[in-house]
Every structure is written in C-alpha cells, then in structure tokens.
Design a protein around this ligand. Structure first.
Ligand SMILES: [Zn+2]
Length: 489
C-alpha cells in the first residue's frame, strides 16, 4: 500500500509532485539501469488501453501491423545525412556478440526508418504495390543524458507508422490524416487538448521534409510534444533505393511518412489531470473505472455488505456475459484497512468513481458515488446503478477535457506582447504565447538561448489568432507567420 504522507503540492514543486504521483500511484519505478524505467501494472494498464484504442484507429484507417528487428546495421543510419546527424549522438551500439567482435556494429534502433525503408525497397516494384501502410509497436532506445519517468527514458515503448506512397500529395494527406487521428485520441480519450501545427526547420525530425506535431499544455504551463507525424518526402526513398514503376512506365522514388506516439503519453496524462491528492485518470483510459468500498462496523453487518458489494460488482461489470464494453469494476475487500484509508489510496491512484456501500445505504437500496475529478457525492438507487455510473463517467470524461482546455486558454497569451513581457512570462509562471515571427533562424535561436522557450509549432489555422501578429517577437521586423512559443519537456 502507498504510504499516507501528504504529496508535495503542485504549486510548491511541480516536478517533485510529478515524481511522487508516478511512484506512489505505482505507475512506474526506477530500474537498476540509469535512465530506464520499470512500468508497473497500474501504469501498463493505462498504456494498454491507449494502445488498444490507437491500434483500432490505425486499422480503421487501413494500416496493418508488422515487426522489424531491434538491431540496425550501423551503415544504414549513415545513408541519410540529416538522419544520422540527428540520431548518431544518442545511439547505443552493439560491438560484440557471442563473445566475438562484430564485423559491422549494430545500432539498437532509436527509430526504424532506415531498416523499414530498406525492406520496403524489396517489397515495392510497381504503383500497384502502393500505398504501403505499416505500423509497428516496439521499444526504442535513445541514450538521453537527463531522464524522467515516462517523459524521457533511455528505452521507451511506442508505435511507429511507416508508409510509402506514389505521390507527394498522397504522403502529405497521410501525414495530416494521422495528425488529426492523434488529436482525436488525445482529446477524445485522454481528455488532453492539443494545438496542432507544423514544426520549424530547426525543430523538425532529422530527415523529414516537414514535421507536424500535437502540443499539449501541462499544469506548469510547459508544453509537451505529445505526438509527431512526418512527411519524409523522397529523402529515405533515395537513400534506400525505394523505387516503383509508375502507371506511365517511368521509374520513380516513393514518398514516405512516419509518425509516432509513446509511453510519454502516460506522463502527459498525469501532468494534465493530476491534483494535490494524486492521479486522476480519464474514465475511458482507466484500468479500473469504479471501485466499491464496503463499509461495516459490526461483524453481523459484514457478510450482508460484502454480499451486496459482490452482487453490485457482478451486475455492473456484466462479467458473465464477457461484454468487452462492460464496466471495469473491483471491490476493495481488504479487512486490515479502514474505509478512510481506502478512500485516500483510491484517490491517489486516480480511479474515476468510488462507490461507498454500507448497511444504511442497503436499507435505502442505494449506493453513494464519489467522483474523483470534482469529489462530488451523490446517492443513487441500486436499481439503476449501472446506467447512473455510465452517465457520471461520460460527464467526467467531457468535464475533464473542458477543464483542461479552460486552463490552457487562461494561460495562453495572444495579441501584442513585447519581448520584455515575454521574458518575464517565461521566467515566471510560463505560458503559451502566440506571437509573430520573421521566419529567421537567428531570432528563433536567440530566443531559445535567452529564455529556453522554443517555437512549439506554427499553429494550424483554427488555433491562430483572429488578428495575425504583424511584428516579429524579437527583431520587430515584419512577421511572416504566427508562432506558438513555450518552454517544453
Ligand atoms: Zn525576427
């Protein structure tokens, strides 16, 4: 059981609060290897639900899963110049196997573009073989210096989509389609609103033509890059000789996209929704949606309450029918803990609904539901309990998204902002700042140097300000575009 010392508050130290929630809600633990993490069942349960939902969404849009090896010949990484520049510094390299020095060192995949497009080149001959729409669920390794549980670890779990198309426009459509799919997932399931847009040249993926991203605001007003989708152009196709015969009989290079989200999303969920009592999990991703806490004082009440709790659990979870949409319910039958201690623990673990069931409730044929997000209580008749719970869960899911969106908007700044004001904002509470940019890499780099804030994206139209900013935030020259600035994880 988690100990009952109070959590550090978010206001006093957000970063300490985050680590305590992850450890005490038993989502993950530190591993014996620096920078790696062990994902515990409660954390893995959230990831599994994310994975299942996304997998269904990928398949519904025509993608199929495959699996490629963990090891990549080192020479592959060097075939695309930008790609090797971006990833070589953080690769782990295997030089020995079976006690012998390898002829060619093997890179432990930091991402799989190179090995996947080398295989695509074997499989694609004609335009009839396109589009090729593949996804893989895998682990990758990036030798990061500074690590944080879920947010940045040496090894992490993710999915990486890789596609090949006959034309630039089809690849572009795919990259944008996936960005929209990610957004639907993050908002619909995670209740985490995101700003979508394009990365600048300095921030785009190593080897891509264009990178698009979903940027979410955490409760410390920093941005979390929650997912990216890349139009790779023909860069990798040229490096790996991925050609096809077009309808008119010409030989052409294919156009590729790649896109991914990772276990980082679990960290994003914690930092979007957690409060000073612990985790709050949006119902759709909660491994347990309802926990029933039976309450009794006298021994003779015990069996009556326990039986009722079991019956309610069976009724609402429909477990005999094995309905995949059945509610995920458990009864806390532990006898060594008082109800108050159980409430505290389930709040820390973020279970969306707690149902209290005692002898007096049973006399009145009711149960008491307590929402984790608002802590609001209501008594509900046991005859309609499943329907009531469904309604509360749906309301919670929507309320959590609106609350997160309101918080983001309250901490977003639009309209004329001077560079002095901007610096104060970034040194203070932080913010999302929508400001003009001259398109100059010098201004971008200098702002990053001086404030640690970066251009998170050039926001898509629906996120841009009603009145486009006219001047660059730093140099005051004419702005060519609107940029979203923030400090980021
Ligand atoms: Zn400028």
């Amino acid at each position: 059981m988690a100990d009952d010392k109070k959590l550090t508050t978010r206001a006093s130290d957000f970063s300490a609060w985050y680590n305590e929630v992850v450890l005490r809600a038993e989502l993950a633990d530190y591993s014996p290897v620096r920078g790696c993490m062990v994902i515990r069942p409660d954390g893995y349960g959230i990831w599994e639900r994310m994975q299942r939902t996304l997998d269904d969404m990928f398949k519904a849009t025509g993608h199929r899963n495959a699996y490629f090896p963990l090891f990549i010949p080192e020479s592959f990484l060097h075939k695309e110049a930008q790609h090797v520049k971006g990833f070589a510094p953080e690769t782990a390299v295997v030089t020995h196997g079976g006690g012998k020095k390898l002829e060619e060192p093997l890179v432990v995949r930091p991402t799989s573009e190179t090995i996947i497009y080398a295989m695509f080149a074997k499989w694609v001959q004609s335009y009839r073989d396109l589009p090729l729409l593949i996804n893989q669920w895998a682990n990758v390794v990036r030798w990061e210096m500074r690590t944080r549980l879920f947010l940045r670890t040496l090894e992490f779990l993710w999915q990486e989509g890789h596609t090949a198309h006959a034309t630039h426009d089809e690849a572009e459509e795919e990259a944008r389609k996936i960005l929209g799919l990610y957004r639907d997932f993050m908002e619909g399931w995670m209740a985490m609103p995101v700003v979508t847009g394009q990365k600048t040249e300095a921030e785009k993926f190593a080897g891509a033509l264009r990178t698009y991203s979903c940027e979410a605001m955490m409760q410390d007003n920093k941005a979390l890059q929650a997912g990216t989708s890349h139009n790779l152009g023909q860069n990798f196709a040229k490096a790996f000789d991925l050609k096809f015969q077009s309808e008119s009989g010409d030989e052409e290079y294919a156009w590729n996209t790649s896109w991914g989200v990772s276990t980082r999303l679990v960290g994003g969920l914690v930092m979007t929704h957690g409060d000073d009592n612990g985790l709050r999990i949006p119902p759709l991703l909660a491994p347990t949606e309802v926990v029933i806490v039976p309450i009794w004082r006298k021994e003779e009440e015990r069996s009556r309450v326990m039986e009722a709790a079991d019956r309610v659990c069976r009724d609402i979870s429909n477990w005999e029918r094995r309905d995949p949409n059945a509610l995920r319910v458990r009864v806390d039958t532990r006898e060594n803990l008082k109800p108050g201690a159980k409430y505290y623990e389930w709040e820390l673990r973020g279970v969306p609904i707690r149902m209290e069931l005692g002898p007096r409730d049973l006399d009145a044929n009711q149960g008491v539901l307590v929402r984790r997000d608002t802590r609001a209580k209501q008594s509900v008749s046991l005859d309609a309990i499943a329907e009531e719970i469904e309604t509360v869960l749906e309301t919670m899911q929507d309320d959590m998204l609106s609350a997160a969106r309101d918080r983001r908007e309250q901490n977003s700044h639009r309209g004329a902002v001077s560079y002095e004001q901007f610096k104060e904002l970034m040194e203070g509470d932080g913010a999302f700042v929508y400001a003009g940019w001259c398109d100059g890499e010098k201004c971008e780099a200098q702002i990053k140097e001086e404030t640690k804030a970066t251009i998170r994206c050039l926001p898509d139209e629906e996120f841009r300000s009603a009145e486009a900013p006219s001047r660059c935030l730093l140099c005051n020259a004419d702005a060519t575009t609107e940029a979203l600035w923030a400090k980021a994880y």
